[in-house]
Design a protein. Structure first.
Length: 169
């Protein structure tokens, strides 16, 4: 199992779009997009990647195996002076690669990057309360539950609670 974690490049855009579309179509998906809602073009996705690359407090990471994107993690830092020290994190791993340490590799790299920015002091994320595997991963890295947004999402015919978790760097 040869896995590389690196910053996303413009040439990854097409694979990233396909990756997110597959995730949104999974039953009981743990992302907030429903099937058909992700409609970015390759050019738009490339602009998004360029915005991440240009910001000192943002990063877009991919986990790649045999040339295929198998996981993504993005941290988007605040754009205002009062929030630039904080970044919102999102992470997803392709179904066949779950429970194979891909998420752990992405999180470790992201936290190392965040600590090295000299800007970020806080990472935060939202996670479905039912996603115990993800919550356990985040807790392993020191994230703590800071709150619960009750019935924050509607997915698969039910309202879902969403936990807010944070890590002070």
């Amino acid at each position: 199992m040869d896995i590389t974690v690196r910053e996303a490049q413009p040439e990854d855009a097409e694979q990233l779009i396909a990756f997110v579309k597959r995730l949104s179509e999974e039953p009981h998906s743990s992302i907030s997009l429903s099937p058909g809602e992700f409609t970015l073009t390759v050019e738009q996705e490339q602009r998004v990647l360029a915005e991440y690359a240009a910001a000192e407090n943002s990063v877009y990471l991919v986990a790649v195996s045999a040339g295929e994107v198998i996981g993504v993690l993005n941290c988007r830092g605040g754009t205002r002076q009062s929030t630039r020290h904080s970044a919102s994190l999102g992470i997803s791993v392709a179904r066949p690669w779950r429970n194979r340490r891909v998420g752990h590799m992405l999180m470790a790299r992201a936290i190392e990057w965040a600590r090295g920015t000299g800007v970020l002091k806080r990472l935060e994320l939202d996670v479905f309360a039912r996603n115990q595997v993800a919550i356990h991963l985040y807790e392993q890295f020191g994230f703590v539950v800071e709150g619960c947004r009750r019935q924050a999402m509607y997915r698969d015919g039910e309202y879902l609670d969403d936990l807010v978790m944070g890590l002070l760097l």
